[in-house]
Structure formats: structure tokens, C-alpha cells
Design a protein around this ligand. Structure first.
Ligand code: SF4
Ligand code: SF4
Ligand code: SF4
Ligand code: F3S
Length: 408
């Protein structure tokens, strides 16, 4: 066992391996407030990577309706119960927030690594086949309904859509769990892959992954998982002329909820300060996007802007203590944040840095009883080599069609 630094927990923790040294880390931000559960992301992954015999129950990308839905069934409530049993009442955080090393305070409970028994490498369980068979059960089921109508800050009856892929964790539990060392994390981009030649189908990875994103394939007797569309991330897709490209599920997102990229990390896995990188800006500068179940301890790399209408206690459990600040930042966005939010799904190429050009004042609206000025600023995105690849205004331009009738 090694001692590693987990910045999402604001403390050191035990892990099976030394923290690796990565040039860059694959990461993304998903804005839950915009997801419409169209499942375009799900089908774009399925039609690309998991349409073959033995992969019928395999959905590397899935979108589940919370709080009741889950793929596999009840994956998160089961693990949360197991963590609570191992450490009753101990899943707490300190109130003080720190800098990039501890932006959400310090987690006082046990992670899946720390709560495991001496014979396990991570606390977990192996889902049964039936658990994988209904990936969208409880779709659109709300907790109840309100006779008086819904209003912010919290709705009485609520649900939301949680889009999920593998988190390409900094401390992957799947990797820790494999006795064959068949899982590895690539130093160039932090993508977590299963070596299909080494895998012998022990399924300890499936048992150990708290997000249940490693999946067994009975026809090959090996485990497969999201590969982060690595040929696109490497820039080997001819469309982008060698530049890193966003993955299939990200690029296809109809609701424009996703922004994906590669961030620089230092030797301890903390993101290097880079406020002109859109993901760094959203996660660290504005703290508007939060990790999913940071208490599991794997340091996941998909971040979520939490849904505004959901009871806070539920959100604290799912995203940690940064929820209030994140929702406040999203509800009354700074001028710069409003511009950066326009970058979501504006280009298929990966954005490595951005600039905001100020435009005229558009309007003044009331938010929570206070005025908020809106400006027609322009956000400009640049690729890895600093070339401009996208330019979006805050105000959608109005385009009038010419009088000529379109005919085909
Ligand atoms: Fe491994 Fe699960 Fe983390 Fe993906 S989400 S890297 S499968 S532990
Ligand atoms: Fe599938 Fe690629 Fe999305 Fe992973 S990143 S879920 S492999 S489409
Ligand atoms: Fe949600 Fe986007 Fe997937 Fe549609 S494509 S379900 S909007 S994440
Ligand atoms: Fe290891 Fe999982 Fe294969 S535990 S051997 S990667 S099925």
C-alpha cells in the first residue's frame, strides 16, 4: 500500500500503487441542468464500440434518472450503504475550504480503499446479470408531485438525468482490484484501459469499481470498459488534422451539456494552475463543477454542474460539500463564466485555452432579488497549438432567411 494525495478529499489516503506521473489527464464537465435524456450519447457509444455479440448488456455511456434509476440497478445506493456500514456516521467533511489542494475541505470518512477488508483491494460487490438488464429502469420517475407547482430553490417532486461514463479515475479502483495487473493508466493522458491479452476474466475489477463502469463480456471472457475514444483523443481521426478531438459521446451531445479536454497535472495529481483552460476554470477557479461521489476515493475525472432544483441533502451526498457554492455560481454566473458556458459543444476539437472579448451590455435581469447584468461577450477557444478553433457570442445571433423558398 502507498500513501497518495487525493485533492478532492483534501488529504492523503492509502492506495495500492504509488500515484502515477501523468503528462495530462482526460477530464470533462457535464452540466446536469441541461441534460434532456435523449440518449444520443448512449447510442453514439453503442454504435461505435459495443455492438458485437457478448456486448448486449454493455453501455459504456448511460443516462439514468435519479434518484431511483441506476445502471447496474442501485449501484450507488448499494455502495453508499456498504461504506456507511463500514464506518457508521463517519462520512463527514470539515467546513473549511482550501486552495487547489483541498477545495471542498477535508473528508473524514473512509474511502472504498480504506474501508475494505484485509482480503480485498477495494470495498465493492459484483452485480448480478439481472442488474445489468434494464439500463433505463425508472426513466422519468419523480419522487412525488406538488399540488402547488414547483419553484426554486428546491422542488417537492423531483428527478434529474445523470449521464455517466468511466471516470478515468486518478486512483482507479478497477486497476487496484485486478490481481493480473491487466489494467493500466496511460501516462500521456490518464486514460484507463484493460489489456485484453493479459485479462483472464477474474472480474475483480467489476467488483472493485465503485461506479460499475468495468463490464464483463461472456463471449471473450474478458472485461471491457470505456476506452475514452482514445484514437480521437490522440488526434488520429483525419477530421481534425492531428489535433485532439472530443470523444463520440461528448461530440454527439444534443443538449450541449458536455465539455471535454486534457488538463495538466502535477506529480501529486493536483491540476496545474491554468485559469485560461476552460476545464480548470470551471472546476478550480469558479468551482461550479464537482466530482461524482468524491468520497469513494478514486478521484474521478468527470465533473458535474449540479441540478438547481434538487434537495441539497441529496446533492451533498452525491457531489460533496461544494454544492452550495457551485449552484450559487451557476445561478448568478460571473461575466466570464457566462461566456465560458457557451463553449459547451461548440466544436468537436478539444479546446485547450480560451479568451473572452467584451461586448455591449444586453440586459439587466433580477436573480434572487438582485440585479444581474448580461453582456454580449464573445468566447474564443484555442487548440493545443494556440490556433483559434471556435468563437461564440453570449447572445445567439438572429439569422433571417432570404425570401427565396428552399426546394429539393
Ligand atoms: Fe476504473 Fe471505474 Fe474509475 Fe473507470 S470509473 S477508471 S472503471 S474505477
Ligand atoms: Fe464510449 Fe468513447 Fe464515450 Fe467512452 S468516451 S463512453 S468509449 S463514446
Ligand atoms: Fe444528455 Fe447529452 Fe446524452 Fe442527450 S446526448 S442524454 S443531452 S448527455
Ligand atoms: Fe483483471 Fe478484471 Fe480481467 S480483474 S483479469 S481485468 S476481468
Amino acid at each position: 500500500m502507498a500513501t497518495v494525495h487525493n485533492w478532492q478529499l483534501g488529504r492523503e489516503m492509502t492506495y495500492r500503487h504509488e500515484g502515477g506521473s501523468y503528462d495530462r489527464q482526460f477530464a470533462a464537465v457535464f452540466n446536469i441542468n441541461r441534460c434532456i435524456a435523449c440518449q444520443t450519447c448512449t447510442m453514439s457509444c453503442k454504435s461505435t464500440w459495443t455492438h458485437s455479440p457478448g456486448q448486449e448488456l454493455m453501455w459504456w455511456n448511460n443516462v439514468e434518472t435519479k434518484p431511483f434509476g441506476g445502471y447496474p440497478a442501485h449501484w450507488d445506493s448499494r455502495l453508499l450503504s456498504m461504506l456507511e456500514d463500514a464506518n457508521p456516521g463517519g462520512q463527514t467533511w470539515t467546513a473549511e475550504r482550501g486552495d487547489d489542494d483541498a477545495p471542498y475541505g477535508e473528508f473524514g470518512g473512509r474511502t472504498v480503499f480504506e474501508a475494505s477488508s484485509p482480503t480485498e483491494r477495494a470495498l465493492g460487490y459484483l452485480p448480478q446479470e439481472a442488474d445489468w438488464k434494464s439500463p433505463n429502469r425508472y426513466e422519468d420517475h419523480a419522487t412525488g408531485h406538488s399540488k402547488t407547482g414547483a419553484s426554486l430553490p428546491e422542488h417537492d417532486g423531483w428527478f434529474f438525468y445523470l449521464a455517466r461514463i468511466c471516470n478515468h479515475c486518478s486512483y482507479p479502483a478497477c486497476l487496484a482490484g485486478c490481481p493480473r495487473n491487466a489494467i493500466y493508466k496511460r501516462p500521456e493522458d490518464g486514460i484507463v484501459l484493460v489489456d485484453q491479452e493479459r485479462c483472464r476474466g477474474y472480474q475483480k475489477c467489476v467488483e472493485s469499481c465503485p461506479y460499475k463502469k468495468a463490464m464483463y463480456r461472456p463471449t471473450t471472457r474478458t472485461t471491457e470498459k470505456c476506452i475514452a475514444c482514445y484514437p480521437r483523443v490522440e488526434g488520429s481521426d483525419p477530421l481534425t488534422d492531428g489535433q485532439p478531438m472530443e470523444t463520440r459521446c461528448m461530440a454527439a451531445c444534443v443538449g450541449k451539456i458536455r465539455l471535454q479536454g486534457l488538463v495538466n497535472v502535477d506529480d501529486s495529481g493536483v491540476w496545474s494552475s491554468d485559469p485560461s483552460h476552460p476545464l480548470y476554470y470551471l472546476v478550480h477557479t469558479e468551482r461550479v463543477a464537482l466530482p461524482l461521489y468524491p468520497q469513494f476515493g478514486t478521484q474521478p475525472n468527470i465533473y458535474y454542474i449540479p441540478p438547481r432544483w434538487v434537495p441539497r441533502k441529496y446533492l451533498y451526498q452525491m457531489f460533496g460539500p461544494g454544492v452550495d457554492d457551485a449552484i450559487a455560481a451557476y445561478t448568478r454566473p460571473s461575466r466570464r463564466l457566462l461566456a465560458v458556458l457557451q463553449l459547451f459543444r461548440a466544436t468537436q476539437e478539444m479546446v485547450f485555452s480560451f479568451d473572452v472579448q467584451e461586448g455591449p451590455k444586453l440586459n439587466e435581469i433580477m436573480v434572487d432579488g438582485e440585479p444581474l447584468e448580461l453582456f454580449d461577450d464573445t468566447v474564443v477557444g484555442f487548440d493545443r497549438d494556440g490556433r483559434e478553433i471556435v468563437r461564440v457570442r453570449v447572445e445567439d445571433p438572429l439569422i433571417e432567411r432570404p425570401g427565396k423558398i428552399n426546394s429539393i
